[in-house]
Design a protein around this ligand. Sequence first.
Ligand code: ADP
Length: 365
Amino acid sequence: MENISFILNKLEDAIIVLDSEQKIVFQNSHSIDLFENNYTGQNITNLIRSPIVLETLENVYKNKKTKIIEYSSEYGQNLSPRSTNFYNVEISYEKNHLQLTNTKDNYVILMKNITPLKNIEKVRSSFIANVSHELKTPLATIMGFLETIRGPAKDDQKSMSKFLGIMDKETIRMKRLIDDLIVVSKIESDEHIHPTKKVNLLKIIDNVAESLKEYAMKKNIKIRFNHQLSEGLFVLGNEDELVQVFTNIIDNSIKYGKINSSIDIKAEEVKEQTDQSEDKKLFPQIILKISVKDESDGIHAKHLSRLTERFYRVDAARSKEIGGTGLGLTIVKHILNKHRGHLDIKSEINQGSTFTVELPIAPIS
Ligand code: ADP
């Protein structure tokens, strides 16, 4: 008996065993923690007051058939005094002697906390709602103009070409959104696989800055990249993904930057301040810090911590107008996580923003 309770006490699930009189004959450790007391010897109604659980229990006492219900402490009375958790509650009848209690005719209540699963479900469904919303708007626009072209504007060449232009823009927006979604889902699924190939980060940034120069010139924005580091600095990374990181950041600086302004990119090597293990003190990690400073309107402090959330935008209308998907910084965050890197955002209203990427320099081997 001791062996069995030892094992049951190790379980993450709460277990309560009742006798034929609804008296508690066993509670495992998790159930004692959950209800903050050991109720052995008392009636189950002293422990559980939820009508739905008690009704199900009555039913099992009557029919001797296992029942499983989902219980959330948000409804009705509390099952557990301190939680707003979700549980799968399985109530079963055991006719034979349980070694654990030495009694016949026992009823076992097994409570599995499914709150983490529920949270994932919630995140997933809000993500689906967001994606549907993002796609619905351009699609509705395209459908509206199609109808107009087929109907009232059928013979009006000028309006037709204007509407086709709008439809083209909306189609591109949907395509961009779908492309970004594919990138997010791919990166999220292999975020735990850290890259092992050495890549020259300064060269990558140079190339990205060069490729965006023409776009920046349209707003008369100058991109400057200054550093005093040796050109042969490597990080462990996936080249395409790091190109994407700096493309997204610099592209944002152009998109949100003022006309006739500059973007300053700086690179520096920093020894990671560590007070951790002895090993780290002997071999401090060297970090490559890349900062991209722009001259935009700036971002209010209250938004900064949320900018990397999917579809989070300071000004949704403005972002959509300039072709944003609201996923650029989400992609940046996931790629940097994969590279054991970090993104820091500083901004002040009317002063512009600085996006700083930190990546560990590859060990010399
Ligand atoms: P979007 O496609 O909307 O640009 P991002 O994920 O790249 O999406 O950025 C999220 C939001 O962060 C943007 O909508 C914008 O409000 C804000 N943002 C990002 N970069 C800048 C920047 N350089 N200057 C000002 N605001 C920025």
